[in-house]
Ligand binder design. Structure first.
Ligand code: ADP
Ligand code: MG
Length: 932
């Protein structure tokens, strides 16, 4: 028996309570599945167990004894209390009379002093708690009119809380236990009278139908008001309305409240999340109900204030029609029958017999937890009613319910939740769509840009490819052209190679020819040189011959004078005279022969002059040849030096000629002198040098000079004191002839290397310089210059030579301007410079040239090209040797020698001079700077 509120579409889940107790339960009535097949999986757990026994789901029944009222007290002496309570044993003794007494056990026995609170806590509270957990529940008051049913159940106690009955307390309890955020509580308040259901909250609603769900068997009253409760004040208000309406209705119908049943239906809906750790839900359940699925527990609590249980005929309402009386009692009678049937485990429960039993279908033999409070009065006047009431209670105690938990999916919440989620998802989707749209737009934009840039790139690439192809074509044609050119060049190269080979061949031949030419040239040069030498010698000899002829004339006169002197000399001198006569005779003879020689000389002279002309031509030719050829005899300088030395032509020795006639003449003369020398002896001859007779002295010097021309005599003459005598003459004599011939003799002696040192040591240089300074005779000067020039060839004597004024004297003789004198001066300077250069290059001496101080350099620079070729060559050579010494650099530059060096390096006919000049210019940075 149950009612259906129909608050929300629900899918129920049933919870089965503990198994039915042994008190004869009807399996049919308690097995919900066949009647109410549930589409949802169910979970079950034990129902709250207040008794701790197996009959925890038995209808629990308590007896409440009303205190004696005035009526009871009025009948007090006649009718004692027929009820005796034994609360400690929860028993009640009902005394029929003094000897009949029956004892009944109940779940609880409340005496007349039992408070409303205790009654609520014992009877209703467990049911309310069960309802709060989701089970259906029923609390019902049964009893005779006036025994306190309404007092127990419906008393409002608005002002006095202790007076509050079960309805108020239950709602109070529920309101304090539920959450207004998730839970909802509502009530319907109905009255059943004469099998008609009336809405006490909306009295216009009468005859409210009772509807039973065909599938679930659930009972609902679709027309009844369901008012949601917010607070206790609202409860009072609604209950007051209900009470007022009940009273008004009864008054209107002319009934008594005790004849109607008041039914308060409390609808409770609580949210339930299946999250408990101790949840006994099966895995299947978890599969079907996800954790976040909103579930609700829907439960109903029926609080029923039944009509009085007394019989009608005893109720004092005799005015009712019998039929009406039948209807008045029908529901209660039917309830009794159902309880009886349930208690007796009858196969048929006449639930459908009345509206009350239909409404209470779930309360007895159903799934609700049910408590019954049976109210009785103490007076024995109502023994019979009290007894039947007690028996009803006793039977009701036997009814066992199978309580079930009904849990439903909260589709409303679920719908809201899903709706909210759908809204969120929709807005999220819209956001995403917008983002995607934006992204798509950006991507489209980028794509367009990319396409544009790709197009540009392709265009650029195409242009570049075209250009490259053009370049490639150009390059290919260029390569072809180049290859063609290369081929042509290769051909030309081959031709050239052939030509080169031919040329090389020609060059080789030319070289061969050149070599041959060179060798021929060399031979020719050598021959020319020899010719030159011979020419020089001849020239010199010619001049000497001239001088000799004049001197011979002088000698002739001298000899004639001597002869005269000899004839007139003393006897002591006769022998000498005799000798001299002999000499004279010989000399005369010689003279005669000399005359012949003179003639020969004349013709020779002519020949020489012709030869000179010839030689001049040859020289020019040679020069031209020299200039035209690059090869030069490397040994020329040596030869030149040799020429200086050997070709000194000093004194009478210079007359040693290769010319046949002169050579013969000279050898004849020398032979004569040698004969005189042999006969007289060197000491005698040398003694004559000291003769007081000038002529004798002159002749003696001449003889010595001639002797000194021979190499073999040179050292001996010095050893025998000839040098001393000669130097003494140079020093003391004032005679120019003496000076001249003595100088010639000294010059000849100075040809000998060992004599040179002796000459210097004996002051020869100083004496020669002295002579040079006194005379202007070119022959004397030539001989003095020749002597000094010979000394210049000995580098060991250079310092002494300079100290003794030899260099100064040499240069001083330039004043004569005579070519032969200057030739000797140049030879001497060249000798000096060459030897000095050698000494300096060998590291034996340092410093600037000794020649410079005496002005030789300046003279050379100024006069290098003024004289004959051979003199010029000597000067050039000397200058080039000076230029090799770096210590002379400043002087050379100061004297303007650079120009001269350059000239020599370019124009000099002598290779050695040119090479030396170039070497000096190239190796000396100062010269290089000057040149630039
Ligand atoms: P019923 O509803 O059963 O007809 P009521 O509840 O109307 O009886 O009670 C009848 C009278 O008895 C009332 O005046 C009530 O106040 C009083 N009464 C009933 N039970 C008690 C009780 N336990 N204590 C005090 N007064 C009671
Ligand atoms: Mg009443």
């Amino acid at each position: 028996m149950a009612t259906g509120g129909g608050w929300a579409p629900a899918r129920s889940v049933e919870r089965h309570g503990a198994p039915r107790g042994g008190g004869g339960t009807r399996s049919k009535s308690v097995a919900p599945c066949p009647r109410r097949p549930s589409p949802s999986p169910a979970r079950s757990r034990p129902a709250p167990d207040n008794g701790g026994s197996a009959d925890s789901c038995r209808v629990r029944v308590a007896i409440r004894l009303r205190p004696k009222n005035s009526e009871d007290l009025a009948y007090g002496s006649d009718f004692d209390s027929c009820v005796e309570l034994q609360p400690e044993s929860k028993r009640l003794k009902l005394k029929k009379n003094n000897w009949i007494c029956e004892s009944y056990k109940f779940d609880e026995v409340f005496s007349e002093n039992a408070s409303q609170k205790r009654v609520y806590e014992v009877v209703a509270k467990p049911v309310v708690e069960s309802v709060l957990e989701g089970y259906n529940g029923t609390v019902m008051a049964y009893g005779q009119t006036g025994t306190g049913k309404t007092y127990t159940v419906g008393r409002l106690g608005k002002d006095d809380p202790s007076e509050r009955g079960i309805m108020v307390r239950a709602l109070e309890h529920i309101l304090s236990s539920m959450s207004f955020e998730t839970d909802r509580v509502a009530i319907s308040y109905l009255q059943l009278y004469l099998e008609s259901v009336q809405d006490l909250l909306d009295p216009e609603k009468t005859n409210i139908p009772i509807v039973e769900d065909a599938k679930t068997g659930e009972i609902s009253l679709p027309g009844a008001s369901i008012v949601e409760i917010k607070d206790l004040e609202h409860v009072f208000h609604l209950l007051q309305i209900g009470e007022a309406n009940r009273h008004a209705a009864n008054t209107k119908m002319n009934t008594e409240s005790s004849r109607s049943h008041a039914i308060l239906i409390i609808h409770l809906q609580r949210s339930s999340r299946i999250k408990e750790e101790n949840s006994s839900l099966s895995n299947d359940t978890h599969d079907i109900f996800p954790d976040d699925l909103p579930l609700v527990l829907k439960s109903k609590l029926l609080i029923v204030d039944l009509a009085g249980s007394e019989r009608i005929d005893k109720s004092g309402s005799e005015g009712h029609m019998i039929e009406e009386a039948k209807f008045i009692n029908l529901s209660l009678t039917s309830l009794g029958k159902c309880i009886n049937a349930l208690a007796e485990n009858s196969p048929h429960i006449p639930t459908r017999d009345s509206k009350l039993t239909r409404i209470l279908r779930d309360s007895f033999g159903g799934t609700a937890r049910t408590s019954l409070v049976v109210t009785i009065g103490p007076s024995s006047r109502h023994y019979s009613e009290t007894s039947s009431t007690i028996m009803f209670g006793q039977r009701a105690m036997k009814v066992v319910n199978t309580i079930k938990l009904k849990e439903e999916v909260d589709y409303e919440t679920l719908y809201k939740k899903v709706e909210r989620e759908v809204d969120q998802l929709t807005s999220e989707m819209e956001r995403q769509q917008k983002l995607m749209k934006n992204e798509k737009m950006q991507l489209d934009k980028k794509l367009k840009e990319s396409e544009g840039s790709f197009h540009d790139l392709r265009m650029t690439s195409n242009i570049r490819i075209e250009n490259l192809e053009k370049e490639k074509c150009q390059l290919e044609s260029a390569v072809k052209t180049l290859m063609r050119d290369l081929e042509e060049e290769r051909g030309q190269n081959n031709l050239l190679s052939e030509q080169i080979a031919e040329l090389e061949k020609l060059v080789n031949e030319n070289k061969q020819q050149q070599l041959e030419n060179l060798s021929r040239m060399k031979i020719f040069t050598d021959t020319t040189k020899e010719h030159e030498k011979e020419m020089e010698e001849l020239l010199r000899q010619l001049q000497e011959e001239r001088r000799c002829s004049s001197s011979l004339k002088d000698r002739m006169s001298v000899l004639q004078q001597e002869l005269c002197d000899a004839q007139s000399s003393t006897q002591l001198q006769e022998s000498m005279a005799h000798e001299l006569e002999k000499k004279l005779t010989k000399v005369t003879e010689e003279f005669t022969s000399q005359e012949v020689i003179y003639e020969e000389l004349k013709s020779t002279q002519e020949k020489v002059q012709q030869e000179m002309l010839h030689r001049q031509g040859l020289e020019d030719q040679i020069l031209r040849l020299k200039w035209s050829t690059s090869d030069i005899c490397a040994e020329e300088s040596k030869t030149s030096y040799g020429m200086v030395r050997s070709g000194s032509g000093l004194g009478n020795a210079a007359f040693v000629s290769k010319s046949g006639k002169i050579r013969e003449a000279l050898s004849g003369q020398r032979g004569t002198i040698s004969k005189i020398f042999e006969e007289v002896g060197l000491p005698n001859v040398l003694a004559l040098l000291k003769s007081e007779d000038l002529d004798v002295q002159i002749h003696a010097v001449k003889v010595v000079a001639n002797l000194a021309a021979e190499d073999i005599n040179q050292e001996r003459i010095v050893e025998e004191g000839g040098l001393d005598a000669l130097l003494s003459l140079l020093e003391t004599s004032e005679n120019t002839t003496i000076h001249r011939v003595t100088a010639g003799a000294v010059a000849n002696l100075a040809m000998n290397g060992s004599n040179q040192g002796v000459i210097m040591n004996k002051g020869g240089a100083r004496l020669l310089a002295n002579v040079a300074s006194k005379t202007e005779d070119p022959q004397t000067l030539r001989l003095v210059a020749g002597a000094i020039a010979n000394l210049c060839g000995n580098e060991k004597l250079h310092l002494m030579l300079k100290r003794d004024g030899g260099i100064k004297a040499l240069l001083g003789m330039v004043r004569s301007g005579h070519a032969e004198v200057i030739a000797q001066i140049a030879r001497g300077i060249a000798n000096f410079a060459k030897c000095e250069s050698r000494v300096i290059s060998q590291g034996h001496r340092k410093g600037r040239s000794l020649l410079i101080e005496d002005g030789v350099l300046t003279w050379m620079v100024a006069n290098s090209t003024r004289f004959s070729h051979s003199t010029t060559r000597h000067i050039e050579l000397a200058f080039c040797h000076l230029a090799q010494n770096e210590d002379n650099t400043c002087d050379i530059i100061a004297s303007g020698g650079i120009k001269e060096l350059l000239r020599i390096s370019r124009e000099s006919p002598r290779d050695d001079a040119r090479n030396l000049a170039k070497m000096a210019l190239d190796s000396n940075p100062a010269f290089l700077r000057e040149v630039q």
